[in-house]
Ligand binder design. Structure first.
Ligand code: SF4
Ligand code: SF4
Length: 104
């Protein structure tokens, strides 16, 4: 694939994996913590996560974070930013772990 972005519409030729890669074999730590008891079920975190790591089980009315988040999360902190109930806490992964943005 031609990796050049020369006009705005070029951006849509790419997927997230074209821009970022994950450091393999490094422990990122628990960089997202979720306190379910604070969640009011508003669903904002489900809406903003571009890699679908948050879900809202029908009957639970509480958000659920995927157990695979350490392998998939893009570290955008959007879920943390939109949660008005402080149910989500985010910090950057341990040094040397997490994702590296290629064209950032
Ligand atoms: S944004 Fe916060 S309060 Fe809303 S569903 Fe997600 S965790 Fe719950
Ligand atoms: S930090 Fe971004 S990619 Fe990771 S779970 Fe939150 S919204 Fe999704």
């Amino acid at each position: 694939m031609d990796n050049q972005i020369t006009k705005p519409e070029d951006f849509f030729k790419f997927k997230i994996k074209d821009f970022a890669f994950r450091v393999e074999g490094a422990d990122p730590g628990d960089f997202i913590t979720y306190t379910e008891s604070k969640c009011n079920g508003c669903g904002e975190c489900v809406l903003v996560c571009t890699v679908n790591l948050w879900s809202m089980p029908k009957d639970a009315k509480k958000a659920k974070l995927s157990s695979k988040y350490k392998d998939v999360c893009m570290e955008c902190a959007a879920c943390y930013a939109v949660c008005d109930k402080d149910a989500i806490d985010f910090r950057y992964p341990n040094g040397g772990a997490g994702i590296i943005i290629k064209h950032g």
